[in-house]
Every structure is written in C-alpha cells, then in structure tokens.
Ligand binder design. Structure first.
Ligand SMILES: [Zn+2]
Length: 296
C-alpha cells in the first residue's frame, strides 16, 4: 500500500473513531457503522469485550445522583402500540431510545441493566450477522421486553446497491434476527440512514416498519461519554422530543447511558415503550404512509 495513502487513511480513522458517518452526513443525519468491514466482524467468545472505566471518563458524568433515585421512577412514559409508521407520533418531551448495530455481549447486556435501573425500555435494531453470532444476547433483549428490529445482514450502504441486492440484504438481516430470537422482528432501520422512496415502499409492503431518527447522539465519534450526553441533550432541547439514535457496540455508550437517563429524568422527559401490534390494514395502504415523512 502506498505509504501516504495509508497515513491519510489512518488520520481519517483516528478522527472518526472507527465508526464514521458518511461524508457530509451531519445535516442529513446519515450515520452508523464504520465504512471498513472490520467493524462488522462479530465478536468472538473470547474477545475482550469490556474494559474498566477510566477515571477521566467517569469524573465528568453526572451519575452520583443515581444513588438517590429510589422509589418509582418518573422516566417511564406511555406504551405506544405501533402497527405502522404513522403510529410513531411523539408528544412533547417524549423520547424513544434506540440502539443499533448489536447485539454485543458485554455491552448490550450492560445497557439492559441500566435501562432496568430507570424502569424503561428501548428498541434494538440488530445487524443480522451480529444476532447470528450472539443469539444468547439477542434473546436477552427479547426477554427484557424491548422492541427489536433488523438493520440488514452486513450493514452495507443500501444506496450503493441495486434495488434487488438491497432487498436481499434487508430480507437476510430480518431472517437472521428472527432466527436468533425465535420471533418475528417488525422494525427496520436503514444503515447510515441511507434510504430511498422505493426501498421504503417495498419495506412497508412487507409489513416492516422503518424506524427513523430524529436525534443522533453521534456516539460513534471518539469523544468522552459526557460529550455524547451534552450533544444529545442539546438536540433534544431544540426538538423537544424524538427518536434517539445510539449504538450498543460502543463502550462509551454503555458508560454514558446512566448520565443521559439521569438528565432526561431530571428534565422531565418520558421514555416511550414501543409495542408492535400486527396490522390489519392491507399492506398496500401502508406504502403511501411510508412515503410520507413522519409528523412528530
Ligand atoms: Zn448501524
């Protein structure tokens, strides 16, 4: 490899922390996994999946108040029954917590434990090959009562594929997650949020519900957990509500979650639980809904 090209690549990797959004992605909220395939390699059973939190990471997090949070939590909001995209409508100060790219042993389970401390549920959008590699962790999520969706099989940018290849990826991802947890997974999220009208319609026609994103925590950037919390809260203050995108494959996400939930609770936000309700509306009617951007 050309040495200069290597150095340039290294610099970009360091800047983006290994899980980059696509170029010029800020405004369009396109986000997700690293471009390089290595991010997608499933963890092996003996991989080191955890490290001790470093002091500097914890020092600036507002987690000490956790001790005092006894009794009934006020963070848990209503349960929203969702049969199609149009049902995902949030009131002011309501949030949906979503975690993409797992399941990842040592991280996903710790996120579940944190959610339990606050009495809330989230939605996990699993990569097919990750669910296939870690079915026990996938089933832990199911047992926890969270909403589960698929996120393709190998996390490609569907924008760069033919329609048929993209649909094959989507179906393969859904099948792998379904097989891992033993039940159907109705939700779907586009890798890098790279969607198209045609794909959205085809997904709706298959009774799948696209999980969009309003607030990108950008937890895939190399930054402190505290910075992730600040970034997320800042966007939330601007929008007032929304679906929050996080990733259960990052240690910083595991570490920052208690602080984020503490902030949300203090500021009076409610975490909405999603419950899939099988649709009785013919799938063809859902196609039009899928093409209409959500009003939240
Ligand atoms: Zn992703």
């Amino acid at each position: 490899m050309n040495y200069r090209v290597f150095l340039a690549g290294l610099a970009v990797s360091l800047a983006l922390g290994g899980c980059a959004s696509k170029p010029a992605s800020d405004a369009s909220l396109k986000t997700g996994y690293a471009a390089e395939e290595s991010r997608h390699k499933p963890l092996k059973a003996n991989d080191p999946v955890d490290m001790e939190p470093k002091k500097w990471l914890m020092a600036d997090l507002e987690t000490r108040d956790l001790e005092g949070l006894n009794g009934p939590h006020s963070l848990a909001g209503r349960t929203l029954e969702v049969a199609s995209l149009k049902d995902i409508r949030l009131a002011d100060k309501e949030v949906i917590l979503t975690f993409d790219d797992g399941p990842a042993p040592g991280k996903t389970d710790r996120i579940l434990a944190t959610l339990d401390k606050f009495g809330v549920k989230a939605a996990f959008m699993m990569v097919g090959e990750m669910a296939q590699a870690h079915p026990a962790t996938a089933r832990e999520v199911l047992a926890h009562g969270d909403a589960i969706g698929s996120h393709t099989f190998r996390h490609p940018d569907l924008d760069k594929m033919t329609f048929d290849a993209a649909m094959t990826e989507i179906a393969r991802g859904k099948d792998a997650v379904t097989k891992a947890i033993g039940t159907d997974v109705p939700f779907f999220r586009f890798p890098y949020l790279a969607d198209s009208k045609r794909l959205r319609s085809a997904i709706a026609a298959r009774d799948m519900i696209v999980m969009d994103v309003d607030i990108d925590s950008k937890d895939y950037f190399t930054s402190t957990p505290a910075a992730v919390v600040e970034r997320t809260m800042k966007q939330l203050h601007q929008r007032g509500r929304g679906i929050v995108l996080m990733h259960d494959i990052h240690q910083r996400t595991v570490r920052m979650l208690p602080a984020l939930l503490t902030r949300l609770e203090k500021e009076g936000y409610k975490v909405v639980t999603l419950k899939y309700k099988r649709n009785s509306t013919p799938a063809t009617n859902l196609v039009a809904q899928a093409q209409t951007s959500m009003v939240r």
